[in-house]
Write a protein that binds this ligand. Structure first.
Ligand SMILES: *Cc1c(COP(=O)(O)O)cnc(C)c1O
Length: 639
């Protein structure tokens, strides 16, 4: 650090960084900044073992684990699983509720085998089960769930073979529930159960009237694609009665959407569901389980007031569910059911972090001491006068003149009245003026508007080594907010602001929504540090463990990044439990039917012809083929 930097940093602390980047708001007990100014992860709370992300990743270089890198922390999943069980059990004890709590993890939220294995392992003592929403997910659940006490909940649209597999697994001792999403499924369940001579455990997904707000509100309400209306429910019950299967109805279920921002619709939904349960009880259906689905949200932006946030916490969520069920059961004098929740996002969102490096930047230099020659065009001279007079006339006047002149620069060029060299000089003068005016209006209340407008113009563009389409699809598709920040240098005051753009050739390939924690506003840029020559600048996107991996796509053929699973040990130590290698270029090419041998052959044809024509030497051709082959086995990202 030079003297200027040291002075600058005297006025800056890690707690200011923590505030600026919102860690205070979304970091929970898992993420904070250490004394070195690096982000640290501590799955078991701030006072227990913690891992310095920057130091860990720096040490990965020797082990040829490359950026961009997805870090997974199974300990965080485990901590979240414990948390949800503890909170429900506390609510149950405090309120003297008669049923138990069962968690099931919805596989669709993160299907990676290592994640599922961690959940099954961590869930052994908690009797945590799995939820499947499709046939492939069912195959995962049936083969991996080896705890007979844990539940397997089968949702999603089902055909005969889906149902057959589930019923056979029930015979094999699994505690499995078939949740009817469409009336037709009930016929299939009855048919197969008779054939296999067993009593199925049937559930019904309710189409509630209560609709949630937020990104996924459409999952609920009258027109949602899922579940049975009250009419369909009643006629299904009739049928079960005729067939003498009423005692098989064990469960009712609803799911009113994901990342539900407000507790109100959750309370309403559970009331509506409890009422239906009590009616079913009168119809001689012994409902033993109420499955409240997913939707438990995460504080992505830390505000507690937006769609990317929640206005409740997990204990409140559990209390409200237990309370609503208990009140109605007591009123109606019916048994209190066990409670199942299918929270997915809540369990895994915080467990993954994507770390990437900044490859390069575009920035506006704003040179000082510009001069122009006597015989420059009058246009340039006018521009230069504005620049020279900035300190003499009012800032407002300078600002207005500048904006007007900027527009004129390009008009004049298009009409052929300015050479390219003159245009370049005019731009140079413009940016020098902007820079100077920004400095002059900084921290002056009367000129705040001017300052902010100009500062935005001076915003750098940082080129990030990742693809938003592959690694952060919800940010692109839904303008969803994820916390993003540098994972080191947080003792230094960030002196720049930058847009974060990705590697794809797509103008949408940018993190377009970033919280400005100073003003609690959404911006498209963020505070960053200047890049240093011989030191990588590493940034992390946090809370990416739910949905992002599987929804990611191969835009521009950027594939999966490297991933490592980090198990945190005592005394700030860790081990790498699993290493999952990034997709190689040949692997992503295979997806689109370009096969390695075949494209190498194609390249050979081309180089052979060029050799014959004398355009390229044999050595050069060999070198090209060699480099080509080398890259086939490389990751799709930049070194
Ligand atoms: C997606 C889904 C979930 C998981 O929801 P989260 O909001 O991630 O907890 C649970 N149940 C069903 C039926 C789902 O479709």
């Amino acid at each position: 650090m030079n003297n200027k930097e040291i002075n600058n940093n005297k006025n800056w602390s890690i707690s200011q960084s923590s505030n600026l980047y919102g860690l205070d708001f979304w970091g929970d007990e898992y993420f904070s900044i250490n004394d070195k100014g690096n982000v640290q992860v501590h799955p078991y709370g701030k006072d227990s073992s913690s891992i310095d992300l920057y130091e860990m990743i720096s040490s990965f270089k020797e082990r040829s684990i490359r950026l961009p890198l997805l870090l997974r922390f199974p300990d965080i999943i485990q901590a979240q699983m414990k948390k949800i069980c503890v909170c429900f059990n506390k609510a149950i004890q405090d309120q003297d509720y008669q049923g138990n709590y069962y968690g099931v993890f919805p596989i669709k939220v993160n299907q990676q085998r290592h994640v599922i294995e961690d959940i099954i392992h961590a869930g052994k003592d908690l009797n945590f089960g799995l939820e499947a929403g499709s046939k492939p997910e069912l195959l995962i659940a049936l083969s991996y769930m080896d705890n007979p006490k844990a539940l397997i909940v089968c949702n999603g649209f089902k055909d005969k073979s889906y149902i057959e597999m589930a019923l056979l697994s029930q015979k094999a001792g699994r505690n499995i529930f078939l949740v009817v999403e469409r009336q037709k499924e009930l016929d299939l369940i009855l048919e197969m159960s008779k054939q296999l001579q067993l009593k199925p455990q049937i559930g019904f997904r309710l189409k509630l009237n209560t609709q949630s707000k937020g990104f996924w509100g459409k999952s609920s309400g009258e027109y949602s694609k899922f579940g049975l209306t009250s009419q369909q429910l009643v006629s299904s019950i009739e049928k079960l009665k005729q067939e003498d299967f009423l005692d098989c109805v064990k469960l009712i279920h609803f799911h009113i959407g994901s990342q539900i921002p407000s507790i109100q619709p959750i309370k309403l939904a559970i009331k509506e569901c409890a009422m239906i349960m009590s009616e079913l009880y009168l119809m001689k259906c012994p409902i033993e389980y109420v499955d409240v689905g997913g939707g438990l949200g995460i504080n992505y932006d830390g505000s507690g007031a937006t769609r990317s946030s929640t206005d409740y916490d997990i204990q409140e969520y559990a209390n409200d569910i237990v309370f609503a069920l208990q009140s109605l059961c007591e009123k109606k004098k019916i048994p209190q059911p066990h409670i199942i929740s299918e929270s997915g996002r809540f369990l895994v969102a915080q467990s993954s972090i994507l770390v990437f490096n900044i490859l390069d930047k575009n920035s506006i230099e704003g040179e000082k001491n510009i001069t122009i020659s006597e015989n420059s065009s009058s246009f340039l001279k006018e521009m230069y006068d504005i620049y020279k007079n900035i300190t003499h006339i009012s800032y407002n006047e300078s600002f207005n003149d500048l904006i007007e002149k900027k527009k004129q620069i390009y008009d004049t060029f298009i009409y052929g009245m300015l050479s390219l060299t003159e245009l370049a000089l005019a731009e140079k003068i413009y940016w020098a003026s902007v820079k100077q005016l920004t400095q002059l209006t900084k921290n002056k209340e009367d000129y705040e508007d001017i300052f902010l407008t100009l500062k935005k113009q001076l915003t750098d563009t940082y080129f990030c080594n990742f693809s938003i389409f592959q690694s952060l699809p919800d940010s692109w598709a839904l303008s969803y907010i994820f916390p993003v920040l540098p994972i080191h240098r947080l003792r230094e005051k960030p002196n720049k602001q930058a847009y974060l753009v990705d590697l794809t050739c797509d103008s949408d390939g940018q993190i377009s929504k970033i919280v400005d924690y100073k003003n609690w506003e959404i911006e498209s840029f963020m505070p960053v540090h200047d890049l240093k020559k011989n030191e990588p600048y590493l940034m992390g996107i946090f809370l990416t463990g739910a949905y992002q991996e599987i929804l990611g796509d191969l835009h521009n053929l950027f594939g999966d990044t490297d991933a490592v699973h980090i198990r945190v040990k005592d005394n700030n130590k860790y081990i790498i439990e699993h290493r999952v290698k990034a997709d190689s270029i040949s692997e992503v090419l295979e997806y689109v039917e370009f096969h390695g041998k075949q494209i190498i052959d194609k390249l050979h044809n081309i180089t052979e012809q060029s050799i014959i024509k004398g355009d390229i030497t044999r050595q050069e051709a060999d070198l090209l083929v060699e480099k080509f082959e080398e890259n086939l086995s490389r990751s799709t990202y930049l070194k």
